[in-house]
Design a protein around this ligand. Structure first.
Ligand code: GAL
Length: 698
């Protein structure tokens, strides 16, 4: 399905960024709505999401609809020139639905029902929920489908955030139907699930259940199929709602994804094609070691889902959230840096949760565009400043990020690599992907995130991290890419099993053995906290393996640990390219050094001055123009080579850009200036007079 350009959603003559928030007028009175609309104008807000949690007000009792308040809100926003991203309102059923149909409540893996009182308390397979939710969508779509203020449809909200996995009998029966569709025959299912093991062979479809809590470990193939089923089941709710909307309205349809480190239930590679606009919600997660690196990763994943086209950030926080153990407020400039990192990485729309901070309910202490303190606040000032900044950057909207390196990532591999009964619990899929990503980011390398098996033409290098289960076809995309001159870096525990997670015998890493020119007999995971030394000065943790070079050149070997003298890092010339194998978990610096070496080997342009610096540099290009984003995460001013026009503060830049501590600068590069670093444009080329200038600034 071809996408609707985000920058054209508002029918502006020229592309522009959308800017706004979730707006929950249900929580406020009509006088406040008017004040809200005026303040939205002041902040430069042009698109708000409404009716996200509106169901209980729109349908207080079954079949009794009341649209009076929403009608008013829609008109007020329209009169103030604010576009609407209209929610279908189905994200949380009203109390009557599950009070009258308790079977529609979700069931957890231990067989207990979850109660009404939070949100999303419904079983995704419930026919009762489906029927009532679609009836509501029908009403909303018929009423507002042609309203000129409706620029976009917002199906439900973060589908599957809380209720992706329901284990109830209704879900079990839907699971069986899904399995029949997938396998056709019980024999095929038994084969794929390996039910010869532990007396699990099924003789009738009705015997198959959802993978509820068992005494010992369960069947891994069943577990993964259930996760696939659950993702599909939730997507089906989206499809059903979108179909109703499309009967009544020509406006594009989307829902907000959750590309984030703590939710992995939805396989968005399978969802992306169904969206008219790709939208993501992202919150800085202070439970992670590197929250801003994860932000960049999520933005790049979202761009990958959008096929490289611009996308929309549907939710983020102006400051603190309320759902982490310690809800850290943003420091001055941090919100702008976060936002412009998303923009640098392809966002053409920026929205927050939420417009006005709630005074009741469990999200009272979540930040908003308009905080409890009102407009006399730093948060409000930053919101108004961001509105202005997005206008100044308007010409960037519609341009694309271009990358030389692809990093493979997927939700299915996340499920599979993290299954239990693996060699070590220390190996976590996302952590391995993040480590590779962070190392490349720290070296200033922009990457595209691609699905396993994706086309790799046009890249110089691909990185495959901990991709445990791969089909022959997926493996071939990497081998063919290398044979044709590309370079690959593959990390440990990749290529071990096939598409149904059956071990590939004859030596690990089965699917990539030939490409890598190595053969591993046995894994030797390390004790938690144990470190081994390598002969090139690196150290490593978590994993080693008894590996033999079979044609590959040995780059580094272990000095100690269980396998002294055994190769740990190898490089194999293969066809016209080369494939590196990282058979252990290198320390951060060595991983960055090795990936930078592989990238340089692949002909990726690297700026050595960026390595280890606090600058994040990304280029967007389009219509013959290049825009250089430089984000300074550090607390000292920094220099970066650039020639062109700076768009945030204004002014010509002749050779050297000064980026104050914590600030962001965006330069429209002069036509003759290189968009990517070259040997001449590295900071070594910065004139001494500019260095003086910065010293004075500090
Ligand atoms: C999102 C959700 C919003 C709000 C926000 C708080 O997950 O879509 O409704 O709850 O989190 O951070």
């Amino acid at each position: 399905m071809s996408k609707t350009p985000v920058s054209e959603l508002l029918d502006a003559e020229l592309p522009r960024f959308t800017y706004g928030a979730d707006y929950n007028p249900e929580q406020w009175d009509p006088e406040t709505w008017l004040e809200d609309a005026r303040l939205m104008q002041q902040a430069g807000v042009n698109l708000v999401a409404v009716n996200i949690f509106g169901w209980a007000q729109l349908e207080p009792l079954p079949g009794e609809y009341d649209f009076r308040r929403l009608d008013q809100v829609v008109e007020i926003l329209h009169e103030h020139g604010i576009g609407i991203n209209l929610g279908t309102g189905t994200s949380s059923p009203p109390p009557w639905l599950t009070a009258e149909h308790p079977d529609a409540l979700p069931m957890t893996a231990d067989g207990t029902r979850r109660a009404f009182g939070g949100r999303q308390a419904y079983c995704p397979s419930s026919p009762v929920f489906r029927e009532h939710s679609l009836a509501l969508v029908e009403q909303v779509a018929a009423r507002y489908g042609r309203h000129p203020a409706v620029k976009l449809w917002h199906v439900s909200n973060e589908l599957g955030c809380h209720n992706a996995h329901c284990y109830c009998p209704v879900s079990a029966s839907a699971f069986r139907a899904w399995l029949e569709q997938r396998y056709g025959t019980l024999d095929a299912l038994n084969e794929a699930w390996g039910t010869a093991f532990w007396s699990q062979r099924y003789a009738a479809w009705e015997h198959i259940q959802t993978p509820m809590l068992t005494l010992s470990t369960g069947n891994p193939a069943q577990a993964v199929d259930y996760l696939r089923f659950s993702s599909d089941e939730i997507l089906d709710q989206y499809r059903a709602e979108a179909a109703v909307l499309r009967r009544h309205s020509a406006a594009p349809v989307t829902t907000n994804f959750m590309v984030t480190a703590h939710i992995r239930a939805l396989d968005y590679w399978g969802w992306a094609a169904e969206m008219d606009v790709i939208a993501n919600d992202h919150y800085l997660d202070h439970r992670l070691a590197q929250p801003t690196a994860e932000l960049s990763f999520a933005a790049d994943v979202t761009r990958g889902l959008a096929g490289g086209e611009p996308w929309m950030l549907m939710e983020q926080a102006t400051s603190a959230v309320n759902w982490q153990p310690h809800n850290i407020a943003k420091t001055p400039g941090e919100m702008l840096r976060n936002t412009l990192t998303h923009v640098a990485r392809g966002a053409d729309g920026i929205s927050f949760f939420q417009w006005r901070a709630s005074v009741q309910g469990s999200e009272r202490f979540h930040s908003a565009m308009l905080p409890h303190a009102g407009t006399d606040s730093a948060v409000w000032q930053s919101v108004v400043e961001l509105g202005r900044t997005l206008e100044r950057l308007r010409e960037v909207a519609g341009t694309r990020v271009v990358a030389d390196v692809a990093l493979v990532f997927g939700w299915e591999p996340w499920w599979i690599t993290d299954l239990d009964s693996h060699p070590t619990t220390e190996l976590r899929y996302l952590e391995q992907v993040h480590r590779a990503y962070n190392a490349l980011r720290a070296s200033g390398v922009t990457v595209d995130i691609v699905a396993p098996g994706a086309e790799l033409d046009g890249y110089r290098m691909v990185v495959v991290a901990a991709l445990h289960s791969v089909t022959d076809e997926q493996a071939a995309t990497v081998s063919d890419f290398v044979a044709a001159g590309g370079h690959a870096v593959i990390t440990f525990f990749s290529g071990i099993t096939d598409g149904v997670d059956r071990v590939r015998t004859g030596g690990y890493p089965g699917a990539f053995r030939e490409l890598l020119g190595v053969l591993t007999e046995e894994f030797f995971p390390l004790h938690p906290g144990e470190t081994v030394a390598l002969d090139d000065g690196a150290t490593a943790t978590i994993w080693t393996e008894r590996l033999h070079a079979r044609g590959a050149e040995v780059v580094a070997s272990y000095l100690d640990g269980p396998l002294p003298g055994t190769p740990a890092v190898t490089r194999n010339a293969f066809g016209a390219g080369a494939a590196w194998y990282l058979a252990t978990n290198l320390d951060e610096v060595s991983l960055a050094r090795t990936l930078a070496r592989a990238a340089a080997d692949a002909g990726v342009a690297l700026d050595p001055a960026l390595a280890g610096s606090e600058l994040e540099v990304v280029v967007r290009q389009g219509s013959g123009r290049s825009y250089l984003f430089v984000i300074n995460h550090g607390d000292t001013d920094a220099l970066h080579p650039a020639t062109g026009t700076e768009l945030i503060e204004g002014g010509d830049i002749a050779g050297t850009l000064v980026v104050p501590a914590g600030a962001v600068r965006v330069v429209r590069l002069s036509a003759q200036a290189p968009a990517r670093p070259t040997a001449e444009s590295t900071p070594d080329a910065i004139r001494e007079s500019d260095r003086e200038e910065v010293r004075e600034l500090r």
